[in-house]
Design a protein around this ligand. Sequence first.
Ligand SMILES: Nc1ncnc2c1ncn2[C@@H]1O[C@H](COP(=O)(O)OP(=O)(O)OP(=O)(O)O)[C@@H](O)[C@H]1O
Length: 651
Amino acid sequence: MSPDGPFGGARPHRPPGASSAPAPSAPAPPTPTRPAVGPDGGERVGFRALVRRGATALALAWRARPLTATGYLAVTVLAGMLPTAAAWLTKLLLDALVSPARRHSGTPVALAVALGAAGLATAALPQVSRYVQAQLQRAVSTLVQDRMFGAVNGFAGLARMEDPAFLDRLRLAQQAGASAPGQTLAATFQVVQGSITVAGLIGTLFLLNPLLAAAVLTAAVPSLFAQLANSKRRAAMLWRSSSAGRRKMFYQMLMTDQHAAQEVRLFGLGAFLRGRMLDELDVVNRAEREVDRRLLITQGPLAVAGAALSAAGLIWAVHSAAAGHITLGDVSVFIAAVAGVQSALGATVSGSADAYQAALVFGHYLAVVQAPPDLPQPEHPVVLAPLTDRISLRDVWFRYSPDDPWVLRGVDLDIPRGACVAVVGVNGAGKTTLVKLLCRFYDPTRGAIAWDGTDIRDVAVADLRDRMAAVFQDYMEYDLTAAENIALGDLAHLGDRGRVQAAADRAEIHDKLASLPRGYDTLLSRVFFAGSDPDDPATGVRLSGGQWQRVALARALMRRERDLLILDEPSSGLDAEAEQAVHERLREHRRGTTSILISHRLSAIRQADLIIVLAQGRVVERGTHDELMAAGGDYARLFMVQAAGYQEAMA
Ligand SMILES: Nc1ncnc2c1ncn2[C@@H]1O[C@H](COP(=O)(O)OP(=O)(O)OP(=O)(O)O)[C@@H](O)[C@H]1O
């Protein structure tokens, strides 16, 4: 299970002995999801691309709430002007107090009132700004997440979800990408506000001493570059340490997941997992520490230089005032301007750096939403008619990636309409892979699969899947009600309780579900109990493994009137009696439906119309049960081994 997968509150079931499909390297998607990497391990991205990204982020933030964004801009501009206004009002007030001849700008009381109003605005505006910014951040985050998960749902195949580079991207996009447009906007507005303040105060300083104004401005340049370099390093660090972050979450999840709990306790894995988690955390922490250290080394001396500049300016101002060259008001405006310029420049510089970093991080979100489809889609899809003749596989070769071994090697197979075709073979023979190709989770590396002669790549993938029902070996257990767990099989009938119950009945689970504390409305989970009494059994129940498997079967059986029914180990967790009963019901249900049945229990498939034996990716035997027994090959041997096991037990 992916620790940060899209399934919150649901997990796939993995039966014992099933291939865990670790996906060391997934089929190569059409374009690489790993970005071009610079010497620092971070993403290499040109200035123009960065500006485009920033503009996209800003446009997105603006689109999320145009009115709020406009209000935010107005507050920002006002806040940017306030320090200059306050500095000038202070100067005029002091001069008016000290020298009545200078009262042409207003009476001291009027100036004091204006200064007080400026003070009130200075106190209130940051609060308003924070509120508006948070509003905007929430709106933009909702929009971004909606688009991101829309994009994730748009990947029709499984390759992307098994591509480690893409999963890293997705994690970063989830973690930071969603807030990046809001942060870009906030940082850009911080730059706007800082620039207005700097322009006003530098203008003021310039009137007093042009040399000092130039020096204060110049002192900010190295700081700007240092901050930008720091942002780049931080974004590179985020990318470099994303795999470690994902592994850390994986170990954390294992220690807290209720399904992992029994193995973790029995095998005493707690300390081992905690150690591994700490190792990964250490990798992340070391990377962060290095970035912080570099920031300290570069920013520390710059801050000291800025303070020295202020001290020198103050000495000059006091000296000039003592000599009568400037007024007391000038000294006060000078002190306010130097301090104000330095803090506004600092805010502007760090705003630029934040905008830069947000644009870099926003790249992960863009990579997710702009990733091309993982399966080529036909431009003019053929409309799929109900199956009338057969599904055929012609010389189908498949491997999960160019680095992986071939899983299927030239499979030829006809699945006639209405027939039940059983697929058998040892673990890893390629049975589930064959089924996944039929569902078009991947395309064959070579060869083709045709539906009544139409290549399934020429059909819209949703159209194809709408004609199928399936129980997968690693079916899902959703933390939802019993009814929902079944109805998810056919969302068009989500509220059709009769259909849900009929499906449960066919999967031999109706009696159990009907007897639950709230019947079909009982939550099949003890994970969510917000607002309910956690000790009340009606809050949720836990099913056994076999009961879950029947629920998964019922989910598949919700999909009536489908052309192809895929059953990949549908009864592996059932007791012998239940298995027989389920297969009996399934035989009735399958009648007239084309079906593919995978099972290691050969007794369950002996009545299939056609049995094929897969070995090392090839069909090595095919025929009915009787024909294969008569041929005395692999199937006969496997069947005899299983039968002998039962006979021995009875002897
Ligand atoms: N997503 C994947 N990425 C890479 N390799 C995979 C993936 N899924 C399966 N494989 C590999 O493909 C091979 C065939 O696996 P598959 O699941 O099709 O076998 P199977 O016949 O269904 O086995 P079982 O009887 O154990 O269920 C195995 O070697 C497996 O490791």
